[in-house]
Design a protein. Structure first.
Length: 373
């Protein structure tokens, strides 16, 4: 009997081992395929990834583009702690029109993997990191100004960066634009209750009423309300995890350990900063901006209300501004509809940026900050 048991265990372990090796081999093959498909092969292209020392923390950046003379677009991810770098293959078409820089902020992605938890995750500190990164990119890529594109939490970071140092930026682009956390959360709570009532969902109503209206007591309460509302989101948002999982799993240069740390960084940053921005209101920054302002929001955004973003936008004074609504988009339209988003960037943002830029051959070298190997 014991001999049979041991034999069964050995067979099970052997099968599991073969399955594990096969899965890892398949993943390695898929990563290689992705790396080859995404390789930049143009003569004046750029394809780099490394750490830069910002605000006392080594922070990971990825730089990709077919032509170094194209406008630089710094992608400022959401969260806090939600790096979008492993999903950047979704933006590969952008690299023909822009030099796209992905940045893992402190507490996120490969930055978290190297530096772990850091004490200061405040909006002011992250925005200052972003300004330091902008100064580095100006020197590294020899351009005087860059585009700051902020997604969700990144819109809070990017807007502050542009407000504080407008001379560094050719434009600001917000998507999933956060205007006021107190107002936004109150709107979303009421809309969630209305949707649950319309759907005759007593279990969902019981959950949300047990939590109560914002401000929420914990990140768990917030995520529960978000999950209830997501049930009634458009298909690309409902299927977001399903769509992005293979993109992340087969992302070139991302080990399974990196992906594990990517998830840990998001969880740790959410807990560490949950109450830090409860009173945030973008209007407190003032109405006047020294750089062009563009907001590209999904019509169906159920995380950051597009109508609230439009009200904010209407009160902004800038050298140039444009508000675009993506008809079939929602909160993550930048990733779920990247081609439609690129179209708006090329039609509205790129002409403004190129119009005011020096010719590539005329650009002087600009001193940057040192990289970290």
């Amino acid at each position: 009997m014991i001999r049979r048991l041991w034999f069964g265990l050995l067979v099970t372990l052997l099968v599991l081992s073969v399955a594990t090796v096969s899965a890892l081999g398949y993943r390695a093959w898929r990563q290689h395929q992705s790396e080859d498909a995404l390789a930049i092969r143009t003569p004046n292209g750029v394809q780099e990834a490394f750490y830069v020392h910002l605000g006392g923390v080594d922070q990971w950046i990825q730089i990709r583009g077919d032509d170094r003379c194209n406008p630089i677009l710094l992608f400022i991810h959401g969260g806090p702690g939600s790096s979008e770098t492993p999903m950047s293959a979704r933006l590969s078409a952008w690299e023909k029109q822009f030099t796209v820089v992905m940045w893992d902020q402190r507490g996120a992605g490969k930055t978290f993997a190297r530096s772990g938890r850091v004490g200061d995750l405040s909006l002011a500190r992250v925005a200052q990191d972003g300004i330091e990164l902008t100064q580095f990119l100006r020197g590294h890529l020899r351009q005087r100004k860059i585009i700051a594109l902020g997604h969700s939490w990144g819109s809070m970071v990017g807007l502050r960066m542009v407000r504080e140092r407008p001379e560094l930026f050719s434009a600001y682009v917000g998507t999933g634009q956060i205007v006021s956390i107190p107002e936004g959360e109150a709107i979303l709570y009421a809309r969630t209750v209305a949707k649950l009532q319309a759907a005759h969902n007593p279990a969902g109503l019981a959950k949300i009423k047990a939590i109560g209206p914002p401000p929420y007591r914990s990140a768990s309460d917030l995520l529960t309300v978000r999950a209830l509302l997501a049930t009634y989101d458009i298909a690309p948002e409902r299927n977001f995890s399903k769509t992005m999982t293979p993109v992340v799993l087969f992302a070139p240069g991302w080990s399974l350990w990196d992906i594990y740390q990517w998830q840990r960084g998001f969880q740790a940053s959410q807990v560490a900063t949950f109450h830090a921005n409860d009173s945030y209101d973008a209007r407190q920054l003032g109405a006047a901006y020294g750089a062009p302002i563009f907001i590209i929001n999904g019509a169906e955004d159920q995380n950051t209300p597009t109508d609230l973003a439009k009200t904010f936008f209407d009160g902004v004074h800038a050298p140039e501004k444009k508000f675009v609504v993506l008809k079939d988009g929602a909160h993550n339209a930048v990733l779920t509809a990247p081609d439609a988003f690129l179209h708006e960037l090329v039609v509205h943002v790129r002409p403004t940026v190129v119009r005011g830029a020096a010719r590539c051959s005329d650009r002087p070298s600009i001193l940057g900050v040192p990289t970290v190997p």
